[in-house]
Structure formats: structure tokens, C-alpha cells
Write a protein that binds this ligand. Structure first.
Ligand SMILES: Cc1cc2nc3c(=O)[nH]c(=O)nc-3n(C[C@H](O)[C@H](O)[C@H](O)COP(=O)(O)OP(=O)(O)OC[C@H]3O[C@@H](n4cnc5c(N)ncnc54)[C@H](O)[C@@H]3O)c2cc1C
Length: 454
């Protein structure tokens, strides 16, 4: 096992993060590919009295407290995603990105509960709940986790499932982290014959009518459809289509799932119902919605694939009535002068609202829309502009704020966050006290998912 110290070869690679606004600067870093190497890293950390942090991609690096004095571990076990098609379960080594799972599942006519980006790490996404474009039909993604293999603070390799270490299995699924180093997960896949997916863009001048139409459709939208609406101010970069760079645009993207070929006509009709309503407001300037293969869902949201410096905020909205929609447009709409590159809402409800009796600490979301707004931060003035505007939007949308948050959408560790009840916090803390009695992983626990200790 090689320990990388600041300034040494390998340190930059071992600490690289996706979100460049929050570089990881631990006292030491290790990339471990075996359980033995993880144990050696834990031993090293113990000998220097270091806390231990864990990253897969660093997509969520701003959500972690500064790493001063800590050891950062990245887990990269060798081996592919293994699909057991008869059980519809994938065994996924830690370190795997969602794109690889979708690719492994596709030949079996199966799909995975990934989010909008194939470059997000499976472990961090599922431990924090996970909001997919299949979620209104299938629920919070972590409900599909069937087993977790992790190394706890004393170096034990533990398997948690519905029949083994049940309390740990409950806690690790959405409990806020700090239970150990995950080395593999087993995740249930689902049949997916086809999807209707893509994104459509309109000139910002149509935003008010499009938002109104989307919100009215969302009230009793079919559970097979999960969508997102965003207002974007895209930079003038050659890789972005010119038609999207000439001013604010509104986009609606998402997916409608057809589990079997027999369900394709119904799914198409469900997609047409939404898209017809939106297209009758105005002709989109770009429109990629189409009947296609499930892996195309990873392209629909057009997430960045390379590291970016981005900062933002998140709220879980109870609902958004017409007054809320007007406030939303006032602060992030085309006329607002918002410095955000994107501000929008993921559609929740449907199965997202239904607690899973067999689920973990977080198995449903108590709101109808997950708001997030974010801007590029390239210097002090853009940071001030973006952070200042986050506060403006937070205040404007406060009447609709549920006060809860979706952990995978939390943007930074300083923002208010709450996704567990007091009883659930006490229960996850009791699990941590067993698997990590000395608090080796305490720095990795999401604020709000433990009794205050900091
Ligand atoms: C472009 C983009 C698109 C996104 N789209 C969605 C989306 O559609 N839906 C959604 O729900 N979220 C989405 N997210 C958020 C994403 O799910 C979270 O940022 C998630 O935490 C990323 O997981 P990661 O492992 O890649 O990130 P990391 O920053 O590496 O890890 C996040 C946290 O997970 C834990 N962790 C990671 N690996 C391990 C391990 N091996 N053992 C134990 N703990 C570990 C640690 O606590 C760590 O701090 C998106 C993020 C980005 C940047």
C-alpha cells in the first residue's frame, strides 16, 4: 500500500475531485485495491491519529468538511460489474461509475437506478439515497440495494443485507455515512425494454407558460414518467450548441419507462401527453426526446463529464403553487439576471413518496420537487455572485421549502440539511457506536445525520 503525502508523486491523482471548488487536501491519501490495503490504510491512520475520509469520484467534495489532518481513501477493487440475470442483481465493486453498470445490464434487457450522469460513483450515490429518472416508478434508488460489503473501523470485512447485520444494512442505506469503507454492493436491476427520453429546449421568453404547463401536468403525472425542468444560462463554449448560447433557455428532460415491449405504446402516449402540452406553448429550439434504449437516459440531462468548478444550493420543496412559480421565475428566470448556469427542479412524488418497509434509514422523499441552482465559480467575484444569489433564492422560496433535503442533492456541508427524523438519527448513531466506536469516520458523516458532535 502506497501512502501519498502532499507534494509527493501520486498525491494529486489520489486526491483528484470532480468539483474543483472544493479540492481535497488531506494529510495523506491512499488508493486501495484490496481489503488488505484498506486495512493497512486504517492502521496507518490509527498510528498517526488521523480521521479517515472516503471518496469515489469527489463529485460531492463540497459536501465534506475540510480534510485537515485526515487520510483520504479511494477504493478501486479490480474486476467488472457482474450481472446475475436470473436474480436480476448486479455485484458492483466500489469505484465503479454508473455508466459501467448501465453497460453491463443492457445486454440482459435490464437497467439500473442511476441518476442523470454516467460519471457519478455508484457507492456515494446509493449511500445518499439516489434520485434516478426511474424514481417515480421505482422509488429512491437505495431501496434497490440488496447487500453491502464494507470494512469497518477495526478492519473487519462485514456483509450487510436483509438477513445479515440487518441494523447496519438499515443504517448504511441513507443513514448519512460513517459506517465503514464500502468495497462492493449488490443492487437489484429492473427490466427495461425501451424508454422515451431526451431533452427539449425553448427560448427563455416562454418560461412562464412552460413552467405553468409543466407544474399542472405534474399534479397527476403517470408514475412511469420522471422529469426535470431547468432554466439555463449556458456559457459561450464551442461544445455547446450555438442555439443554446444566445440567451437563457428552459429545458425539460427526463424519461418515461416501458418495462416490456407491450408497454411501449402506453409509455409513448404518456410522453406525448407531456411533450404535446409543452410543444403547443412554443416550438422548441432543440428537441432530442425519442423512443430509444435505456442507456440513453444517461445523456438526457447533458451533465458535464469533466471536472468543473461549480457551487450551489438545494431545497426540497413541499410543492410549488402559482405564487411559488412566480417567485422561482423572479429569482432565476430569464429576466432575473441570475448568475446560475442552471436552476431547476427534479420532479418527485409517485413512488418517491412511498416509504419502503424493507428500506433503510432513508427510503422516501417528503416533497414534490428537488430544487437545485448552481453557478460556475472561477474567481472571488463569481463566488460572491453565486453564493449571494443562493441566499436570495433560498429566501424567495422559503414559503415552499419543506425544511428537508435530498442528501445526494445537498451542495455543500455548510448548507442546512436534514433528511432523518430524531429517532432515525439516534438509531444510526447507535450503529456507528458499534462499527466505529472511536469515531475514525466521524468527519465523513453528513451534518444533520448525527447528534451534534462538532
Ligand atoms: C454531474 C452530476 C450529476 C448528478 N446527478 C445526480 C442524480 O441524477 N441523482 C442523484 O441522486 N444525485 C446526482 N448527483 C449527486 C451525486 O449522486 C452525489 O454527489 C454522490 O454523492 C456522488 O457519489 P460519488 O461516490 O461519485 O462521490 P464522492 O464525492 O466520491 O463520494 C461522496 C460520498 O460518498 C461516500 N463514499 C463514496 N465512496 C465510498 C466508499 N467506497 N465507501 C464508503 N463511503 C463512500 C463518502 O461519504 C463520500 O463523501 C450528481 C452529481 C453530479 C456532479
Amino acid at each position: 500500500m502506497a501512502v501519498r503525502l502532499p507534494g509527493q508523486p501520486g498525491y494529486d491523482e489520489a486526491t483528484a475531485v470532480f468539483n474543483l471548488t472544493a479540492p481535497a487536501e488531506p494529510a495523506a491519501a491512499v488508493v486501495a485495491s484490496t481489503v488488505e490495503e484498506i486495512r493497512a490504510a486504517l492502521e496507518y491512520a490509527r498510528s498517526f491519529r488521523m480521521g479517515v475520509r472516503v471518496h469515489t469520484t469527489g463529485h460531492a467534495s463540497p459536501t465534506q468538511r475540510p480534510m485537515d489532518g485526515s487520510l483520504l481513501l479511494k477504493v478501486r477493487p479490480p474486476g467488472p460489474v457482474e450481472v446475475d440475470a436470473s436474480r436480476r442483481v448486479a455485484r458492483i465493486p466500489a469505484g465503479t461509475l454508473w455508466g459501467a453498470v448501465a453497460e453491463a445490464a443492457a445486454p440482459f434487457g435490464l437497467a439500473a437506478p442511476h441518476g442523470s450522469s454516467g460519471t457519478v460513483g455508484v457507492v456515494g450515490y446509493l449511500l445518499r439515497g439516489g434520485m434516478s429518472y426511474y424514481g417515480r416508478q421505482l422509488g429512491v434508488a437505495t431501496n434497490l440495494v440488496r447487500a453491502v460489503e464494507l470494512v469497518t473501523a477495526d478492519g473487519s470485512l462485514v456483509r450487510a443485507s436483509a438477513t445479515e447485520n440487518q441494523e447496519l444494512f438499515w443504517a448504511v442505506r441513507g443513514g448519512g455515512g460513517g459506517f465503514g469503507i464500502v468495497v462492493a454492493l449488490e443492487v437489484e436491476l429492473f427490466p427495461a425494454a425501451k424508454v422515451i427520453t431526451g431533452s427539449a429546449f425553448w427560448a427563455g421568453s416562454h418560461a412562464a407558460r412552460l413552467l405553468d404547463e409543466w407544474l399542472r401536468w405534474s399534479v397527476d403525472a403517470p408514475w412511469e414518467a420522471t422529469t426535470s425542468l431547468q432554466i439555463m444560462n449556458l456559457p459561450d463554449l464551442p461544445e455547446i450548441p450555438e442555439v443554446l448560447r444566445s440567451g437563457p433557455v428552459l429545458s425539460v428532460d427526463g424519461a418515461v419507462l416501458a418495462v416490456t415491449e407491450d408497454g411501449v405504446a402506453t409509455a409513448q402516449a404518456q410522453a406525448d401527453e407531456l411533450l404535446g402540452r409543452l410543444r403547443s406553448v412554443a416550438e422548441p429550439v432543440m428537441d432530442s426526446w425519442a423512443l430509444t434504449k435505456p442507456s440513453a437516459v444517461l445523456e438526457a440531462h447533458m451533465d458535464p463529464e469533466d471536472p468543473v468548478p461549480i457551487a450551489g444550493d438545494h431545497l426540497l420543496l413541499r410543492d410549488l403553487d402559482s405564487a411559488g412559480a412566480a417567485e422561482f421565475l423572479r429569482v432565476v428566470g430569464p429576466e432575473s439576471g441570475s448568475p446560475f448556469i442552471s436552476a431547476g427542479m427534479r420532479q418527485l412524488g409517485g413512488a418517491y413518496s412511498v416509504a419502503d418497509p424493507a428500506g433503510g434509514a432513508l427510503s422516501s422523499f417528503a416533497g414534490r420537487f428537488a430544487y437545485s441552482g448552481a453557478g460556475l465559480v472561477v474567481d472571488a467575484s463569481s463566488r460572491d455572485a453565486v453564493e449571494g444569489h443562493c441566499a436570495v433564492v433560498r429566501s424567495a422560496l422559503s414559503p415552499w421549502d419543506s425544511g428537508w433535503t435530498v442528501p445526494s442533492f445537498v451542495e455543500n456541508w455548510q448548507q442546512p440539511q436534514r433528511h432523518l427524523s430524531e429517532a432515525a438519527i439516534a438509531r444510526v448513531d447507535a450503529v456507528r457506536a458499534v462499527v466505529d466506536p472511536d469515531g475514525v469516520f466521524a468527519g465523513d458523516v453528513s451534518p444533520g445525520a448525527t447528534a451534534p458532535i462538532f
